[in-house]
Design a protein around this ligand. Structure first.
Ligand code: SAM
Length: 236
């Protein structure tokens, strides 16, 4: 049996009761350690779950062979920060399990893709999500421009095992070098889902490093007056 379990955005207490029950019945528990980061340590998760957790890097999950092997005769849980399928890589593991006649349980949870609703922007008025990578790429700006008048969510690159996370200010420098206007109004979000998330609405050139991760940037499209009203609360 393979369990794909979303563990939410913030800390050990964000797992659902269904997720926790499956974890407690598992022989192997892997925490996917490359698409996002929590605000608590792995030890905190282990204490609450009462189980040993193995950190799993991209190659291990994407290859999938060890997991599929183990799941064919024992219970395996993969813990995914946020929601299960909001980073596409986990679909291939799901498919591999189905092809090998392994029973799969999916436990959904909150995702950054919906937590951004706190900004007041209508979720159904977002266009394609883009990622701003550490390496040079023109794609993010192309996506922002194509999306307009829809809003654009920009996810920022990270290497959790090296504790290396992109600051919004660094991501914006990359966009400026491609011609993104410095006075464009943007929204920065950090640690959504935590007790003290940071949400800032201002011109892109005003953004300083926050040293608080993970962060994302939203480039608003055309704003409804209700969206504008809510954004006023985050203005600096
Ligand atoms: C590839 S996505 C992972 C999505 C995750 N599986 C989910 O459902 O939320 C990771 C990126 O989303 C953004 N992100 C994730 N969690 C966040 C949070 N709590 N607050 C702000 N941005 C976040 C960051 O840009 C981070 O680099």
């Amino acid at each position: 049996m393979l369990n794909l379990i979303g563990i939410g955005l913030n800390d050990e207490k964000d797992i659902t009761l269904k997720g926790l029950e499956l974890v407690k019945e598992s022989d192997y528990i892997y925490l996917e350690n490359y698409t996002s980061t929590l605000q608590c340590s792995i030890e905190k998760l282990e204490q609450l779950y009462g189980k040993k957790i193995i950190l799993a890097e991209r190659e291990f999950i994407e290859d999938g062979s060890v997991i599929i092997d183990q799941a064919s005769n024992s219970n395996v849980s993969i813990l995914i920060i946020g929601d299960v399928f909001s980073a596409t890589t986990h679909i291939s593991l799901y498919l591999q399990a189905l092809e090998n006649d392994i029973q799969v349980q999916i436990i959904n949870n909150a995702s950054v893709l919906t937590a951004i609703g706190i900004t007041g922007l209508e979720l159904y008025k977002f266009g394609k999500t883009t990622s701003i990578p550490f390496h040079e790429s023109k794609t993010p700006l192309e996506v922002i421009e194509k999306n307009y008048p829809l809003h654009t969510l920009c996810l920022l690159d990270l290497v959790p095992k090296e504790k290396h996370f992109m600051e919004s200010s660094e991501a914006l420098e990359k966009l400026f070098s491609l011609g993104f206007k410095k006075d464009t109004k943007i929204i920065i979000c950090a640690q959504l889902g935590s007790k003290n998330p940071t949400i800032i609405y201002t011109e892109a050139e005003n953004i300083k490093p926050l040293n608080k991760f993970p962060q994302c940037i939203i480039v608003p499209g055309e704003l409804h007056f209700m969206e504008e009203d809510m954004l006023e609360k985050y203005k600096i």
